[in-house]
Ligand binder design. Structure first.
Ligand code: NAD
Length: 248
């Protein structure tokens, strides 16, 4: 049996699926990840500082203009559309089999595909708040801002994206709900993540079920723990798995 057929079979037998994902789930939607050959970490020569430096709290506070230049040009992809991975996960939620998507992504593509049970460990580009008065701003408002550093129209405070920067803590409620979902799952699908960003990656160790599927193009530190390993592009794989499920 081909690995994809096995995955379709396991999905068909599961009632409590959780998907844990990362930037690789969105590369087929045209959003670069960090660590692939085409990822942002390989474009360092074009950047003024390494991405992990510019995405830190200290850097944001000290060089908001450079941060926003990088953030707008590399992290915002408002025209991106969901791919086969986002679509199948949304369908599995609708059919009642999938209980949660736990994602390290900030792009909002799972919600765009129709998922509502999405736990965003690192926040979202769609939420932005004034650092003085906490007034909310949408992604569209951020894109429309004329100044490099977007400012609140009420009090001129800097508008900070609700994304978790290096040196910042993860939201405790989101962490707790992610651990709860993963620990109760009967099938854990992990996809498009190098599993190197912590504490997010460590959450998969809370899984207590028997079937772990890892869908990732490059090797990860958790490959040996997977019951099924698939290295083909995740969007294409999930598209085909979706067709197998509707045939079966
Ligand atoms: P990562 O860049 O460290 O790893 C991505 C992994 O996905 C790689 O191992 C790569 O082999 C794999 N991959 C890429 N395309 C794939 C595909 N089509 N099919 C299967 N596998 C594929 O990403 P990460 O583990 O998510 O950690 C990076 C951090 O960067 C996260 O915290 C995330 O918040 C942030 N980030 C988010 C986005 C986004 O929201 N789309 C984009 C870039 C970075």
């Amino acid at each position: 049996m081909k690995p994809e057929e096995r995955l379709a079979e396991w999905i068909g037998e599961s009632r409590n699926i959780v998907f844990f994902g990362g930037a690789g789930t969105s590369t087929e939607s045209g959003i670069p990840d960090f660590r692939s050959a085409a990822g942002l970490y390989r474009q360092e020569e074009e950047l003024p500082y390494p991405p992990e430096v510019m995405l830190s709290r200290t850097f944001f506070m000290e060089h908001a203009d450079v941060f926003f230049d990088f953030y707008r040009s590399k992290m915002l992809h408002p025209a991106a559309e969901p791919n086969g991975c986002h679509r199948l996960l949304a369908e599995l939620e609708t059919s009642g089999r999938l209980k949660a998507v736990v994602t390290q992504n900030i792009d909002g593509l799972h919600q765009k595909a129709g998922s509502s049970r999405v736990l965003e460990l690192h926040g979202s580009v769609h939420r932005n708040y004034c650092m003085k008065c906490s007034r909310f701003y949408s992604l569209e408002q951020m894109m429309a801002a004329e100044d490099t550093v977007p400012r609140c129209k009420d009090d001129d405070g800097i508008i900070k994206p609700d994304v978790v920067l290096y040196e910042e803590s993860l939201n405790q409620e989101t962490l707790y709900r992610s651990i709860e979902a993963i620990s109760q799952a009967d099938l854990l699908m992990i996809g498009g993540t190098s599993l190197t960003v912590h504490p997010a990656a460590s959450l998969i160790t809370y899984f207590q079920g028997a079937r772990t599927v890892l869908l990732n193009a490059d090797p990860t530190p958790y490959d040996s723990r997977a019951n099924l390993l698939i290295t083909e592009p995740i969007g294409e794989v999930m598209e085909r798995v979706g067709m197998m499920l509707s045939l079966g």
